[in-house]
Design a protein around this ligand. Structure first.
Ligand SMILES: *Cc1c(COP(=O)(O)O)cnc(C)c1O
Length: 426
């Protein structure tokens, strides 16, 4: 254990919790080991740096700061003002945005704020169908936006697994939405933001681009940005960008006030200042030149993974990837190989990934027919393309040999070696 760690957040965990609360301390220590000893391939996950963890585990958790920097409802905010101003300035620089609100507690709340800022109750939202790669927060029937707005969906082309923009435009003319949502959870290809904006403009709708998954790729310059194109851009801050956990809204000055008031008091109270500090720390790291290399390496690794999965006979939705994950279509493999079965078998072998629906999926989302395999976290650990080809082989070995203990043990062993070769949180 390094001095840096001892002095940082971990002194809280290592020095105090074990004596004050051993049950909790043991669970946290076990989770740390799990993160260290398994392959984290959930595409939305990453390893935050120790600096980010330190900022998030700081005394900032104690402070109430409703309002905006310099204009709070509480006294004693001079230092949290500085923290939030740093986060805002870095976010603006990173994404070239005129305005940033870094207070949303999550990406879901950033979306809620965007809807609240732009829409009246009963207005129409048009977003991608969940089972085609959309997100719950884009108006799923069991969510708040679904109760307040009229929600319609567009789909991917089930044959190509891609957005066919002419079909989206046609659906927009049919629905005549007030808001078009772009940006997805499980779409393995680049999004043409300009085209989506043109579709929104044609039907006189606002355009919200949700870059939750793409933040790091956009900040690192390896995926086009919708900032300057869409009306409002929303995101999570802990996925590819690997900053503190939470959400953010980016927009032009003209929307700044309505966005700020939609975030607070519209959908939340006091900001989580420790998480805002985590965002600031992570954005600071993302502004360094090394981050561009990291973003490029995520894609290079996803490419190597995808090619090897295909070489071993697996089908990928859309035939490949432009982003940070591959989406495996299990439908034409074994009839019992559901996304859920694949997820469970891989977890037994130390590979943590998640099931995902594929476009036109005949199975319910609880079982699904797809498997999403992401590279952001492994890339943070220093895995390279050769490692990802190895990982692809391990994944296929597991999928091809269900309930074979010898294969599972061999894969586990190799996973262990890979983890030792690329340590994290030592
Ligand atoms: C992950 C994600 C979000 C937000 O998720 P939170 O868990 O609320 O931060 C929003 N939109 C998309 C497309 C996502 O993938």
């Amino acid at each position: 254990m390094t001095v840096h760690l001892l002095l940082g957040r971990l002194c809280v965990l290592v020095n105090h919790l074990p004596t004050t609360d051993s049950d909790l301390s043991n669970a946290i220590a076990a989770e740390r080991e799990r993160q260290r000893d398994t392959l984290a391939m959930i595409a939305s996950e990453n390893y935050a740096s120790e600096s980010v963890l330190e900022a998030q585990g700081s005394v900032l958790t104690n402070k109430y700061a409703e309002g905006d920097p310099g204009n709070r409802y509480y006294a004693g905010c001079e230092h949290v003002d500085t923290v939030e101003e740093i986060a805002i300035e870095r976010a603006k620089e990173l994404f070239g945005a005129e305005h940033a609100n870094v207070q949303p507690h999550s990406g879901t709340q950033a979306n809620l704020a965007a809807y609240l800022a732009l829409l009246e109750p009963g207005d129409r939202i048009l977003s991608l169908e969940l089972s085609h790669g959309g997100h719950l927060s884009h108006g799923h029937e069991r969510t708040l936006p679904h109760d307040h707005f009229e929600v319609f969906h567009y789909t991917l082309d089930v044959d190509t697994g891609r957005l066919e923009y002419d079909a989206v435009a046609e659906r927009a003319r049919e629905v005549n939405p007030d808001l078009l949502v772009s940006g997805y959870s499980a779409y393995p290809r680049r999004v043409d933001w300009t085209r989506m904006q043109a579709i929104a403009e044609e039907v006189d709708a606002y355009h919200v681009a949700d870059i939750a998954h793409l933040t790091g790729l956009i900040a690192g310059g390896v995926h086009p940005s919708p900032v300057d194109t869409a009306d409002i851009v929303t995101c999570s801050t802990h996925k590819t960008i690997r900053a503190g956990r939470g959400g953010m809204v980016l927009c032009d000055r003209e929307y700044a006030d309505i966005v700020d008031r939609a975030v607070m008091p519209g959908c939340q109270g006091g900001p989580l200042m420790h998480n805002v500090a985590g965002k600031a720390a992570g954005f600071g790291e993302a502004l360094r030149p090394e981050f561009e290399e990291y973003a490029a390496a995520i894609l290079e690794n996803a490419e190597a993974l995808s090619e090897q999965l295909r070489a071993r006979g697996l089908e990928l939705v859309s035939g490949g990837t432009d982003v940070h994950f591959a989406l495996v279509d299990l439908r034409n493999t074994h009839p019992e190989r559901t996304g859920l079965a694949a997820e469970r078998a891989l977890e037994e072998a130390g590979i943590v990934a998640n099931k995902s629906a594929v476009p036109g999926d005949p199975r319910p989302p609880t079982r699904a027919s797809g498997l999403r395999l992401g590279t952001p976290a492994l890339t943070t650990r220093g895995f390279g393309p050769d490692d990802l080809r190895t990982v692809a082989n391990l994944v296929v070995d597991v999928l091809e040999n269900p309930a074979d203990d010898a294969v599972e043990a061999a894969v586990r062993e190799r996973v262990s070696e890979l983890c030792d070769e690329h340590p994290v949180y030592e």
